[in-house]
Ligand binder design. Structure first.
Ligand code: FRU
Length: 911
C-alpha cells in the first residue's frame, strides 16, 4: 500500500515536472519573441490609392516587428465613425494608436482623449490643431503649397491667372497647402490668384464649379493648382471637355507611381507637375515601435517633398522603379527570412520538444532506476524475510518432529508398559484359571503354580513401584535419604546376590576393588536399585559363558563403579537413547531394565553424579556410575553404619529352558517365547497333547521349524532381534514352511498389531493375558482345519484352490518339476528334494502336510492324471504314452494304470 502511494506520489511529481518543463520552454519561446504590442490604426478612408499605399507601407514595416499586432479600422470619411473607432481602441486598451484624422477639428477631441488616457498617439498625414499627441509623421503641407506656388510662377513666367481647387476648409492638408500656395502666388505681381474652389469636396461640387468657370471664363485661366493628383486628372479631363487642356497648366499633389496617378500624368503631360506628398506609412510604424519600445523618437517627423515635373519625372520614375525593385528584394528577403524564421522556430520547437522528451526520459529513467533500486532493496528484504521464515519453519518442523517423536516414544512406552504388565499377568491369570478348573490338586504341582503366581504378583508390584518412583521424580518430589555406609561392602553384597545366577549361566562374575573399606554418604535404597538394574541388564544381554566385571575405583574427587560385560552390546542409536524413558529401541528390553536405566540415571543425578555408557555391538557394554566424594546438600541425613538392602531377594527365574521331550504325540508344536517362565509354563501345559519344541528367540525358533517341520507354531511377538511378525513373514514366504499354521501370542492387544500380524500371514492372534483353554482350542481348531483341508486335497492333485497362495505356488512348482522329469524312470524323492533345495524329510513332511500323501503316491497320481489326459486327448499309442511317462515297459504301465483306476489304458481310451 505504502509502495503504491509512493509510486503515485512520484508519478504526480513527474507530471508536475513535465508541465513545468513545458511551461519553461513555452516561456523561453515567448521570451525570444519579447513582449507583444497592439497597435490600433484609424484610417479616415481607404478608397484611394494614396491611402492604400500608406497601409501597404505600414504592413511592410510591421513585417519586421512580429511582436506587434495591428488593428486597422476604416472610418469611411466619416468623423463620427472615426471618433467611435478611437473610443473603441481606447476601450480595448491598445498599446498605441495611429490616426490619420478625417476632419481634424471634429475628431481632435477623441484623439486627445486617447492621449490623456495614456495611450501614445501617432498622428499621420493630417495634423491636429493641438499638441495632445505623441508624434506626427507627414510632409509639410504649407511647403507643398509653397512649392506649387513657386513652380506655378515658373510655369507662367511670372504672369497669368491661377485657380486653386482644395478638398475642404476643415481638412488640415488643404488648409496648409492653400496657405503656402497663396502666400507665394500673391507675392508675384504678375500672377493673379483668381479663386479657391474649396466647398462640398466630397460631393464633387468643385467639378460643377470648374465647368462653370471654364464655360464662362475658361480662356482666362492659365493654371490650376489641384490638392491631389486624383482630382488633377479629373481637372485635366474637364479642361479637355472645353478644349483647354493644352492651354491650362495643372499642378497636382501626391506624386504616386501608377496608371493615371501623379507620375503617369506628368509623363503623359496631362498635368505639368505634381508635388511629392509621401504617405509616411513605414515611418509611422518605425516611430510607433520606438515609442512602444521606449526608445528615443522625435515628436515632429517631416517627410520630404519636392516638385516632380516633365524634366525630373523620368529620373523619379527610374528611382522609384529602383526603389520598388529594392523593395521587392527586401520583401523577398523578408519572406525568405520569415521562412527561415519559421523553419528556425519549428526547429527550435522541435529542439524544445526533443529536449523536453529527453528530460522526461531522463526523469522517467531516474524514476525507473529508483523503482528498480527500491525493488532490489525490497527483494533483498524479502529474501532475508524468506530466509528467516524458512529458518523458523525449519525450527518449527524440528520442534514438531521432536514433539512427534516424543509422542511416538510415549505411545511406544505405554505399549511396552502394557506388554510388561501383561506377561506377569498372564503368569498369574493362566495358572490360576488352570488351578480353578481342576477338581483335584497335586500339592507339589499346586505349590509350584502358586509360587509362580506369587512371584509374578511381586513383579507387578515392583513395576508399579517403579512407575510411582518415576512419577515422583517427574514431579520433583523424590528426595535422598543419605547415610554413611561402607560403599565397598555395599557393592560387593549386591554383586554376590547375582552369584547363583552367574553360576547357572556359566558367567564369569567378578567384583574388583583395590580398597577394603570406603565410608561414603549415599542413599542405599536408590543406589541398590541402580546397581541391581545395571547388573540385571548385563545378565540379560550376556550369553552363557560370558563375563560381567564390577569394578570400584576412587580418587580424591569421586568414586567410579564400572559394570562391564562382553554381551551383545548396543547399536549407536540404542546407546544414545539407553537412558531415555520413552525409548526402547528395536530390542524387547524388559521394563525392569528400560525403566531401570531411566530411573538409575535420575537416582545417580540426585547424588549429583553421572552415569556413562560405552557399548559396541557384539563386543559388550560398560556402564560407569560416577559419584562425587562431596556430601550432597540439603538432604535428610540419618547416620547409620549398615546399608539396608531394600529390594527383595533376587528372584530365581529359570535361566535355561527346559527343552526335555515328553512322550511322543501325533502333532508337533514349535513354541517361541522369550519369557522363560511363560515358556516353561506353556510347555508344561501343551506337552500333555503335543510334542513341544520350545525356544526363547526367533532365530532358534526358525532352526527348530526347519528341522522339525512342525504342525503348528506358537510365537511371541516381542522377541529380541527378530520379532514375531518377521518370523511369521519368513515362515509364510518360504515354501518349505508356508503351510504351517502360526499363532501369534503377545501382549500387544491393539488392532494395529493384529493387522500387522495378519498381514505377515499369521493364522491366529491371541493377546496376553490369555486363557489357556482358549489357546488350546485355537490350536486344536487350526490342526483340525488343516486335516480337513489335507483330506480334501488328497483327492485332487493339481492346484488345490483352497490352499494359501504360497502353498499353491509350491505345489505348482513341485508339479512342474515332476513334469520336467516325468520321462526319467529313476525319478526319486531325493532328486526332487535336491532340486527344491529341501531335505528329503522336509519334502516328505511338506507334501504330506499339504496333500496327506507321500511323495511317491503324489508322483504316481500325477502320472495317472497325465496318462488319462494323453489317452483321451492324443493319438499316441499306449507304448508311446508309457515311455513318455517314464515307464520302462508298456505292460508295466498298463498294470500300474489298472491298479490305480481299475481300468486298462485301452478300456479308458475307448470309454
Ligand atoms: C488622399 C488625399 C491625398 C492628399 C491627402 C491629404 O486621401 O486626398 O491625395 O494628399 O489625402 O490628406
Amino acid at each position: 500500500m505504502d509502495n503504491l502511494r509512493q509510486t503515485l506520489h512520484k508519478i504526480l511529481l513527474l507530471l508536475i515536472g513535465f508541465v513545468g518543463v513545458n511551461g519553461f520552454f513555452t516561456s523561453c519561446s515567448l521570451k525570444s519573441n519579447e513582449k507583444t504590442f497592439t497597435i490600433g490604426m484609424s484610417q479616415c478612408g481607404m478608397d484611394d490609392r494614396w491611402r492604400v499605399e500608406m497601409i501597404e507601407g505600414m504592413n511592410r514595416e510591421l513585417s519586421f516587428y512580429p511582436e506587434c499586432k495591428f488593428i486597422l479600422k476604416d472610418a469611411h470619411w466619416n468623423n463620427e465613425t472615426q471618433i467611435k473607432q478611437l473610443e473603441e481602441l481606447i476601450e480595448q486598451k491598445v498599446d498605441l494608436i495611429i490616426v490619420s484624422p478625417n476632419e481634424s477639428i471634429y475628431v481632435q477631441t477623441a484623439i486627445e482623449k486617447a492621449y490623456k488616457a495614456g495611450i501614445p498617439v501617432v498622428v499621420v498625414d493630417r495634423r491636429i490643431f493641438s499638441d495632445q499627441f505623441t508624434a506626427f509623421v507627414g510632409a509639410d503641407n504649407y511647403l507643398v503649397g509653397k512649392n506649387a506656388g513657386e513652380y506655378a510662377n515658373i510655369l507662367l513666367n511670372g504672369k497669368g491667372n491661377i485657380l486653386e481647387i482644395g478638398f475642404g476648409p476643415t481638412t488640415s492638408p488643404s488648409i496648409g497647402r492653400h496657405s503656402g500656395f497663396y502666400d507665394v502666388v500673391s507675392k508675384y505681381a504678375g500672377l493673379h490668384y483668381m479663386e479657391y474652389l474649396n466647398k462640398n469636396w466630397k460631393a464633387y461640387e468643385w467639378e460643377k464649379q470648374l465647368r462653370k468657370r471654364l464655360q464662362t471664363n475658361g480662356s482666362a485661366i492659365d493654371l490650376i493648382f489641384v490638392h491631389n493628383d486624383r482630382s488633377a486628372n479629373i481637372c485635366y479631363n474637364i479642361c479637355k471637355e472645353f478644349g483647354l487642356e493644352k492651354k491650362i497648366k495643372i499642378i497636382g499633389v501626391d506624386g504616386l507611381l501608377g496608371k493615371d496617378l501623379g507620375l503617369d500624368l506628368v509623363q503623359k503631360k496631362k498635368i505639368s507637375a505634381t508635388i511629392l506628398y509621401p504617405t509616411g506609412g513605414e515611418e509611422a510604424i518605425q516611430i510607433a515601435v520606438k515609442i512602444l519600445k521606449k526608445q528615443s523618437f522625435q515628436k515632429e517627423n517631416r517627410l520630404f517633398t519636392t516638385v516632380i515635373n516633365s524634366q525630373n519625372v523620368s529620373m523619379m520614375l527610374a528611382q522609384i522603379q529602383k526603389l520598388n525593385e529594392q523593395q521587392a528584394d527586401i520583401e523577398r528577403q523578408t519572406q525568405k527570412m520569415n521562412e527561415l524564421n519559421r523553419i528556425f522556430s519549428s526547429q527550435r520547437n522541435l529542439l524544445y520538444f526533443t529536449s523536453s522528451l529527453l528530460l522526461i526520459v531522463l526523469i522517467l529513467g531516474g524514476f525507473l532506476w529508483s523503482l528498480f533500486r527500491e525493488k532490489q532493496k525490497s527483494n533483498l528484504v524479502l529474501a532475508e524475510q524468506n530466509h528467516a521464515i524458512s529458518q523458523q519453519k525449519d525450527e518449527i518442523e524440528k520442534i514438531s518432529q521432536l514433539a512427534r517423536q516424543a509422542t511416538e516414544d510415549k505411545l511406544r512406552f505405554y505399549s511396552y508398559i502394557s506388554h510388561e504388565f501383561r506377561t506377569p499377568l498372564s503368569l498369574i491369570l493362566t495358572p490360576s484359571e488352570d488351578l480353578l478348573q481342576r477338581k483335584q490338586f497335586d500339592v507339589k504341582e499346586a505349590r509350584n503354580i502358586l509360587q509362580l503366581i506369587h512371584k509374578n504378583a511381586n513383579r507387578l508390584l515392583r513395576l508399579v513401584d517403579q512407575l510411582l518412583e518415576l512419577r515422583k521424580l517427574d514431579a520433583g518430589k523424590m528426595e535422598l535419604e543419605l547415610h554413611n555406609h561402607d560403599i565397598i561392602a555395599f557393592v560387593r553384597d549386591i554383586v554376590s546376590d547375582f552369584s547363583v545366577k552367574a553360576k547357572s549361566q556359566q558367567i564369569d562374575l567378578q567384583f574388583i576393588c583395590p580398597f577394603t573399606t570406603l565410608p561414603f554418604w549415599f542413599d542405599a535404597e536408590k543406589l541398590d536399585k541402580v546397581l541391581f538394574n545395571i547388573i540385571s541388564n548385563a545378565f540379560k544381554y550376556t550369553p552363557r559363558g560370558g563375563m560381567i566385571h564390577v569394578t570400584l575405583l576412587k580418587n580424591v574427587e569421586k568414586i567410579e563403579i564400572m559394570i562391564a560385560d562382553n554381551g551383545i552390546g548396543m547399536s549407536k542409536v540404542e546407546k544414545e537413547r539407553a537412558f531415555d524413558l520413552f525409548y526402547r529401541g528395536n530390542q524387547n528390553i524388559s521394563l525392569g531394565t528400560g525403566l531401570g536405566l531411566a530411573l538409575s540415571r535420575e537416582f545417580v543425578n540426585l547424588h549429583q553424579g553421572e552415569i556413562e555408557l560405552d557399548s559396541e555391538p557384539s563386543k559388550g557394554t560398560t556402564f560407569k556410575v560416577i559419584l562425587p566424594l562431596i556430601k550432597p546438600q540439603n538432604n535428610l541425613e540419618v547416620i547409620s553404619q549398615t546399608a539396608v538392602k531394600t529390594r527383595e531377594i533376587l528372584e530365581e527365574v529359570p535361566s535355561v529352558l527346559n527343552t526335555e521331550k515328553g512322550p511322543a504325540h501325533e502333532n508337533t508344536i514349535v513354541l517361541i517365547e522369550d519369557n522363560l517362565e511363560l515358556n516353561q509354563f506353556l510347555k508344561q501345559k501343551l506337552e500333555k497333547n503335543y510334542n513341544v519344541a520350545n525356544v526363547e528367540n526367533a532365530e532358534r525358533g526358525w532352526e527348530e521349524i526347519l528341522s522339525n517341520m512342525p504342525d503348528l507354531i506358537i510365537s511371541d511377538v516381542m522377541l529380541p532381534k527378530m520379532d514375531g511378525f518377521s518370523l511369521t513373514q519368513k515362515i509364510k514366504s518360504d515354501f518349505r514352511t508356508s503351510h504351517i499354521p502360526v499363532i501369534l501370542l503377545t501382549a500387544k492387544g491393539q488392532t494395529e498389531s493384529q493387522i500387522e500380524g495378519t498381514k505377515a500371514g499369521a493364522d491366529a492372534y491371541i493377546s496376553k493375558p490369555f486363557n489357556q483353554q482358549l489357546l488350546e482350542e485355537k490350536i486344536k481348531g487350526l490342526l483340525v482345519n488343516r486335516d480337513r483341508m489335507r483330506r480334501r486335497f488328497s483327492g485332487e492333485i493339481i492346484n488345490p484352490s483352497h490352499l494359501q497362495k504360497g502353498e499353491r505356488k509350491f505345489l505348482v512348482e513341485f508339479e512342474l518339476l515332476i513334469e520336467k522329469n516325468i520321462q526319467d524312470s529313476s525319478l526319486s524323492v531325493e532328486k526332487l528334494s535336491q532340486e527344491l533345495g529341501m531335505s528329503r524329510v522336509q519334502l516328505f513332511r511338506k507334501i504330506s502336510a499339504l496333500t496327506n500323501k507321500n511323495v511317491a503316491d503324489y508322483i504316481a497320481d500325477f502320472k495317472v492324471l497325465k496318462a488319462k489326459a494323453l489317452l483321451k486327448e492324443s493319438n499316441k499309442s499306449i507304448a508311446e504314452i508309457a515311455y513318455e511317462l517314464g515307464f520302462n515297459n508298456p505292460s508295466y504301465f498298463t498294470t500300474f494304470f489298472k491298479q490305480k483306476t481299475n481300468q486298462t489304458p485301452t478300456d479308458f481310451r475307448n470309454n
